[in-house]
Design a protein. Sequence first.
Length: 318
Amino acid sequence: MSPDVLAVAEHRRGDVREVSYELVTAGRELADATGGDLHLAVISGRIDEFTTRLDLEGVDRIHTVDYGEEFNHDVYTQVVCALADELDPQYVLAPNSVNGLDYAPAVANRLGLPLVTDAVGIEYDGGLTVTREMYGSKVETTVEVDAERTVTTIRPGEWVTTEAIGDAEVTPFEFEVDESAVNSEVTGFEEVAGGDVDIADAEVLVSVGRGIEEEENVELVERLADALGATLSSSRPIVDNGWLPKNRQVGQSGKVVTPKVYIAIGISGAVQHVAGMKGSETIVAINNDPNAPIFDIADYGVVGDLFDVVPELIEEFE
Ligand code: FAD
């Protein structure tokens, strides 16, 4: 076994996902602690472009496999296992994303390694300690992994990213995908309604909650989002009511977001909601209840009726 770390980059619809940059930070920290190198696997039909973008400070080697425009479970599983066989890294890191959670368990199973999912912190001191959250982020747990090697998935939005250009050695990984073992094929990509937007990528989110009262009032908050050049998101009741599509929901059973600015309007701040937005850089809350829990985590708060405050903000920003 080498003390190295192998991280697997992620892309979607022709773009490198933010979590790939976060993996570089997490992987570098871990490799520094183990005294190993950080290897990054880039599996894509756009390796030149993605490799240029991911050649970041801290990455020692990038291994490319020129295959497919979209994620494929069987291909990723085969490639990551083969790379792990060749490099024999101590740790494999993948994103705790829909894709990562698709192949990481298969990789761990094939390599005969334990899998630790949804890490929000990783420490190495002769052994791996992973921090995870439970009960909608109310409880933090530390897992002391009783194994020399693991596959670990990291939660998006928990590590800072670097944009500093690196000088990694880029090597095509000579690997022939076993097509007879590729049992699925991406034939097209269809977004759910309103799926043109990925709230996880937004820099400014204006989020609407049950305080909006009626479906037709959602438009008021949407106008504020437009005036700010922001993206509209929501708490769960808005989605449960069918007023916005599921992909706009922030929270434990929605998306985890880390925008520069998060404006919560008529949202109480339930733990399940906070679990999805507490990593935002600046949180602004508008709520008519001064005791609403959202004010406990807000950097700026307006205690007031949203039907008075939001029109004034729209006027100001327009
Ligand atoms: P409420 O809690 O009803 O809050 C509405 C707020 O609006 C109140 O604070 C009120 O003071 C304020 N308000 C009312 N009128 C006005 C006004 N005129 N002007 C200003 N403020 C006003 N929730 C999520 O959001 N995301 C999730 O992913 C999620 N996952 C869940 C998973 C599980 C397993 C469970 C059990 C729950 C989950 N929930 C989730 C639901 C969560 O517990 C809360 O019920 C929900 O977040 C509440 O949404 P809200 O803040 O919009 O509504």
